[in-house]
Design a protein around this ligand. Structure first.
Ligand code: ADP
Ligand code: MG
Length: 341
C-alpha cells in the first residue's frame, strides 16, 4: 500500500485533508472547523461537557487495535459520558498527537472510525488540535451535549429503596482484553499467529463498544427519570460504590441478577475465571448503571436490554452482594487490574 508522509501535507494540509468531508448535522453547531474557535448554541437547553485523554500503551495497544476501531471507540467512550448525564451529545472536539511512524493513510483509517461514530451518534466534529508526538499516539476528545434544563442526572441523587439497574451485559470487554493480551504474549514469544478461538463477541466488546444512546431514548420515550446514573468504564462494583458514596446510601445487589452473556460466561469458565468477578470488576463495557424509583419498576422490566440487579439501602456503611448460594459479601472495588495476572 502507498504511504503518504504526514510531512508532505504539512499541518494545515493535514487538517484540511482530515476534515474535508466534515459536514454539520446539528442546528446547534453555528460555526465548525476552520476558525480560531467553534461556536455552538443550545437554544435554551443546558450544555454538558466531558473530556477524555487516551494514551498509546496506557489506554490502547496498537498491536491488536485496528485504527478504525480505535477512532470509533475514542468517540464512543466520550459520548457515553454524555449519555450517562441523561443528555444528548451534539459536538466533539478531537485533538491528536502523532509520531512520524504514522502515515496519512493510517490517520485516514482512524478518522474513518471517528466519522462513523459521529454519524451513529449524530454529533458534529467541530474542532481540535494537531501536533507531533515524540513517542506514541495521543488522543484527546471533548464531547459536548445538551439537555433540557434540570433533566441531567447526577451520581449523587440515588434514594433509599430505589432500584439499581444496568443496561446490556457485563464482563465481556475484560474477557476480550484477556484473550487479546494472551495472544499478544504468545505472538511475542513464539511468533504464533493469534488464535482468538472465535471469540468474536468478547473481542468486539473490547474493540468496538457502543454507547447506550438507545437507553437514553427509551427513558425519554417512557418518561423515566433515573434518580442517579453513570456509565460503567471501571467495573460495576467500583461504579456502584461511587453512586453510594456520593448519594450517601448503601446497596444490596444479587449475583443471580447480574446480566452475563453466554459467550462471556463460557469463556470465563475456560480461563478458570469467575464470570461474576468479571462482571463486577472487569472494565470498559460502557453500559449504563442507574437507579430509578420503584414506581418505574414496570417500565424498566418491560425492556429486555435492562436488568434490575438490586436496590438502594439506608446505611451508607453497608454495600453488599448476595451470592447464588445466599451468602452475603461486602461489595469491594477491585478495579480490573487485579483480575489481570
Ligand atoms: P490554532 O493555530 O488556532 O490552534 P489550528 O491551525 O490548530 O488553529 O486549527 C485550525 C482549525 O482546524 C481549527 O478550527 C481547529 O479546531 C481545527 N482542527 C485542528 N486540528 C484538528 C483535528 N485534528 N480535527 C479536527 N479539527 C481540527
Ligand atoms: Mg492548533
Amino acid at each position: 500500500m502507498d504511504r503518504t508522509e504526514i510531512a508532505s501535507l504539512g499541518e494545515f494540509g493535514l487538517i484540511d485533508h482530515l476534515t474535508q468531508n466534515n459536514e454539520t448535522k446539528n442546528a446547534s453547531t453555528i460555526l465548525s472547523v476552520g476558525d480560531d474557535a467553534a461556536v455552538i448554541d443550545h437554544f435554551g437547553r443546558q450544555t454538558v461537557i466531558s473530556t477524555d485523554l487516551l494514551l498509546e500503551g496506557i489506554h490502547f495497544d496498537l498491536s491488536y487495535t485496528p485504527l478504525k476501531h480505535l477512532g470509533y471507540k475514542s468517540v464512543v467512550v466520550n459520548v457515553s459520558d454524555i449519555y450517562a448525564m441523561n443528555a444528548t451529545p451534539t459536538q466533539i472536539v478531537l485533538s491528536i498527537g502523532i509520531s512520524n511512524k504514522f502515515s496519512v493513510e493510517a490517520l485516514d483509517e482512524f478518522y474513518e472510525g471517528v466519522y462513523a461514530a459521529c454519524e451513529k451518534h449524530n454529533v458534529d466534529l467541530i474542532g481540535g488540535d494537531t501536533t507531533s508526538s515524540q513517542k506514541g499516539f495521543v488522543i484527546s476528545i471533548t464531547a459536548i451535549g445538551e439537555v433540557a434544563p434540570d433533566k441531567y442526572v447526577k451520581r449523587s441523587t440515588a434514594k433509599v429503596n430505589d432500584l439499581i439497574c444496568v443496561s446490556g451485559d457485563l464482563g465481556g470487554a475484560f474477557l476480550g482484553l484477556t484473550i487479546l493480551e494472551r495472544e499478544k504474549k504468545i505472538f511475542e514469544t513464539t511468533g504464533a499467529q493469534p488464535d482468538l478461538e472465535n471469540q468474536a463477541y468478547i473481542v468486539g466488546r473490547l474493540l468496538k463498544p457502543e454507547a447506550r444512546k438507545d437507553v437514553i431514548e427509551y427513558f425519554a420515550a417512557q418518561n423515566i427519570m433515573p434518580t442517579s446514573m453513570m456509565d460503567i468504564s471501571d467495573g460495576l462494583s467500583s461504579e456502584l460504590l461511587h453512586i453510594c458514596k456520593q448519594s450517601n446510601v448503601g446497596c444490596v445487589i444479587y449475583e443471580d441478577k447480574l446480566p452475563l452473556n453466554e459467550d462471556s460466561k463460557n469463556f470465563a469458565y475456560k480461563l478458570e475465571l469467575d464470570p461474576t468477578a468479571c462482571a463486577l470488576s472487569g472494565g470498559e463495557d460502557y453500559e449504563l448503571l442507574f437507579t430509578v424509583s420503584q414506581t418505574d419498576f414496570e417500565k424498566v422490566s418491560a425492556n429486555n436490554g435492562l436488568s434490575i440487579i438490586g436496590y438502594i439501602t439506608e446505611d451508607p456503611a453497608t454495600k453488599t452482594i448476595i451470592t447464588r448460594g445466599g451468602n452475603t459479601h461486602d461489595l469491594v472495588a477491585q478495579g480490573w487490574n487485579h483480575l489481570k495476572k
